[in-house]
Ligand binder design. Structure first.
Ligand code: TUI
Length: 316
């Protein structure tokens, strides 16, 4: 049985988080993960603030276990969502793409457990000082908006920098990755790409088929020139985006306009030309659609098996 400070801190059976993925992580997936003993999360990048409130209520109706809401701090609706999580008594808030300082006092006063995503040890330390109860160290192997440091180097350095528990994210899709990051000092994992191929995940069939077909080299990072690097599958959209970034005749505004709405087009419409299919580098390991409960149980059981056999490398 893998038990870390995360189990007791959050009151969950397994220290396994499902990432709060923009336009994707809805109450159906989040409640399935929480009911299976992990931490399910709802994304607050959605059609509207009202939809987010409804999704939180749906999640509460579908599970009595803890769940989280992810707040992407670059989202123009972040102020409204920050208030809704208090009103709806959400147990856990994770943040991404910025510093949550201005909301921290209100969230902590409301008893919310705040777990920010961090791309470096310096930012992890700042989050600990502002009252975070844990951090998610997200390596550059992840899908979506990413930092520069990869999981293997990031996780141990974040663990050294803070005394709160660290959850590792980026490149982890099975028990091997889970066992490995525990060795690096992490006390939990967050998986995004693995849960894209779950039965409860609402992404369009075309999205699921592209993930099943993809291998390790089939992702690309675009958006560096705009200051917002994003990892997604190599598709007509992402290749054109990368070309536009290299072409001086396009302005930053042209490129941003080209990208507007592209993730929604992939998730909801399966748009083959203009969709942005965000996915992490572990996509090549994720080849079948399984119920969230089975994904979590496989992750935990195979990590346990590997960890209980670590003695095999030691000379007797
Ligand atoms: O936020 C994510 N991943 C995301 S958000 C997203 S939605 C999107 N849609 C279209 C274009 C771009 C994004 C898709 N994927 N991960 C969490 C994350 N947080 N990654 C990196 C960070 C981060 C970066 C800087 C956290 C804190 C930070 O602080 C630096 C500062 O000073 O603000």
């Amino acid at each position: 049985m893998i038990k870390t400070r995360i189990n007791t801190l959050l009151g969950i059976d397994y220290p396994v988080f499902q990432g709060g993925m923009a336009w994707i992580s809805e109450s159906r997936l989040a409640s399935a993960v929480s009911n299976a003993g992990g931490l399910g999360q709802i994304s607050s990048i959605n059609a509207s603030v009202d939809v987010v409130r409804q999704e939180i209520r749906n999640c509460k109706a579908s599970t009595s276990r803890p769940f989280g809401v992810n707040i992407m701090l670059m989202n123009p609706n972040a102020d409204d969502i920050a208030q809704i999580v208090i009103e709806e008594k959400v147990p856990v808030v994770t943040t991404g793409a910025g510093m949550p300082g201005k909301y921290m006092n209100d969230w902590l006063k409301a008893g919310i457990k705040v777990i920010p995503v961090v791309p470096s040890s310096a930012i992890a330390k700042r989050m600990e000082n502002m009252g975070a109860c844990a951090v998610i160290a997200e390596g550059g192997e992840s899908g979506g908006h990413i930092g520069e440091i990869n999981t293997m180097a990031l996780v141990p350095q974040v663990c050294d920098a803070v005394s709160i528990p660290v959850i590792a994210a980026g490149g982890i899709a099975d028990g091997r990755g889970f066992a490995a990051v525990l060795m690096l000092g992490a006390e939990g994992v967050q998986c995004g790409t693995r849960f894209l191929l779950s039965s409860e995940c609402i992404i369009h069939e075309n999205y699921k088929n592209k993930l099943i077909a993809a291998h390790d080299s089939d992702t690309i990072v675009t958006g560096k020139s705009l200051g917002h690097p994003v990892r997604s599958l190599k598709t007509p959209f992402s290749k054109k985006f990368a070309e536009m970034e290299k072409d001086p005749t396009f302005t930053a505004k042209d490129i941003m306009d080209f990208g507007t709405g592209s993730l929604r087009k992939a998730v909801l419409e399966g748009d083959q030309l203009m969709g942005s299919y965000m996915a992490g580098q572990c996509v090549g390991m994720v080849n079948e659609i399984l119920p969230a409960k089975q994904i979590i149980e496989d992750l935990v059981r195979s990590a346990e098996l590997l960890l209980s056999n670590t003695n095999k490398w030691m000379e007797k």
